[in-house]
Ligand binder design. Structure first.
Ligand code: AMP
Length: 121
């Protein structure tokens, strides 16, 4: 079940602000408020998918195409297409934690600001 009140749903609906990097019809990217590196951007589909597997299994071909295009364009804009880290937490475990229940990929590059594990717990 998707929680329509999660913070990324509010950003996508324009109810709260974000610092946008890139946007297309079905996806957008914006800077993480608590970056762990000099480049830390979140890439999200605009549709209501709580995690990556829900997205892969249920999103339309156009939604999926726009999502990967958004990720690629964001990496180009951030000059990290040749070197970055991509992380998608799904649910909670002993060493990972998805704090926002709307599918997102963390695009991370550049100089480290916090321990890498800080986005996984
Ligand atoms: P995760 O733990 O994988 O669900 O990651 C959620 C990320 O969302 C964290 O890195 C937070 O710093 C980030 N975050 C939470 N609220 C906001 C917000 N309003 N704008 C941008 N990033 C946010």
């Amino acid at each position: 079940m998707y929680d329509k009140n999660n913070i990324f749903a509010k950003i996508i609906r324009g109810e709260i602000p974000c610092n946008r990097v890139y946007e297309n019809d079905f996806a957008m990217s914006f800077y993480d408020v608590n970056p762990i590196a000099s480049t830390h951007v979140l890439v999200v589909p605009k549709g209501e998918y709580k995690n990556m597997f829900e997205f892969v299994n249920n999103a339309s071909a156009q939604e999926q195409a726009d999502f990967w295009s958004c990720l690629t364009e964001t990496a180009r804009i951030e000059n990290c297409i040749d070197g970055c880290n991509l992380i998608a937490n799904v649910g909670n475990g002993t060493f990972f934690y998805q704090s926002v229940p709307h599918f997102h990929i963390h695009l991370i590059a550049g100089d480290k600001k916090q321990d890498f594990s800080d986005i996984a717990k």
